[in-house]
Design a protein around this ligand. Sequence first.
Ligand code: CUA
Length: 332
Amino acid sequence: MACWKPIPNACWLVLVALAGCDGPQSALQPAGKAAEKIAVLFWWMLGGGAVVWITVVLLALYAVRTHATSGDRRIRTWIIGGGAVVPTIVLSGLLVGSLPMLPELLDPPPEDSLAIEVRAKMWWWRVRYLGPNNPGSEPIELANEIRLPVGEPVEFKLAADDVIHAFWVPSLGGKVDMIPGRVTRLKLEPTKVGVFRGACAEYCGASHSLMNFDVIVMERADFDAWLQKQSEPAIEPTAASAIRGGQLFLKNGCHACHSIRGTEARGVIGPDLTHVGSRHSLAAGALKNEHADFVKWISNPKAIKPGVKMPRFGMLTDEDLESIAAYLESLK
Ligand code: CUA
């Protein structure tokens, strides 16, 4: 983009603003069918808005330069033309052009599509894989991570348990509110393999900005292998520290809130931890999935995520924290 001399600062501002439109959470780099439509709509709306804006600014400059007065008939024609006729034509065109996109976005996916239930919590996401991949069996549950096969429509059933949240994966599609007591539906169809970021798009309390999730789009075969692994019970720890961590996990009551399938831990308040060690991030994107961050999280969750329900267990020694972290990390 060529920056002209009189206003180089304005050009830099535009460049800086556009740089913010890049990355794994950008609606302007679509990787899903709905997002592609939304991006097309955005550029048309931007173009239409620019036409209206430029027309009005040019007319204003013209009026200033010619010292026009409102009694002038020529001027009245310009005001009606630029202030009413042009905007009406442009905005009507945009409305007519965009309405046909709506049914395609709202059409339900085919019956045999993969269905995923996502329940928003303060401040994390409970994710459950329903049929048809696991007909008749228990839904496969995980947290703060969604994996999808590329090129297939998926139906999301979205709900909230406490306050209103909103589900948004900008690279894949539009945002949808999650309202306690209701199930809202959203169809997404990823078109590119990759890792994308999802976020809560409705202010929901102190840690609203700390509830993010990763959406990993994979080839079908990789996805099937992953889902199969997720359906299995947790692996038994082998290292001494991790074995001790597993015992401490049960002894200190962590299992009252968390489930680890294949063990005595059957809590339903907090996230399922069966394969927590294999996830992309920790604490809904607030931390990395690595040993030091596991320790940091368990030792004082409220320092990382204000208002979180998980308490600090002050009685645990540093060695205990290290062991529990080693155990959770081993749950690949
Ligand atoms: Cu949940 Cu904002």
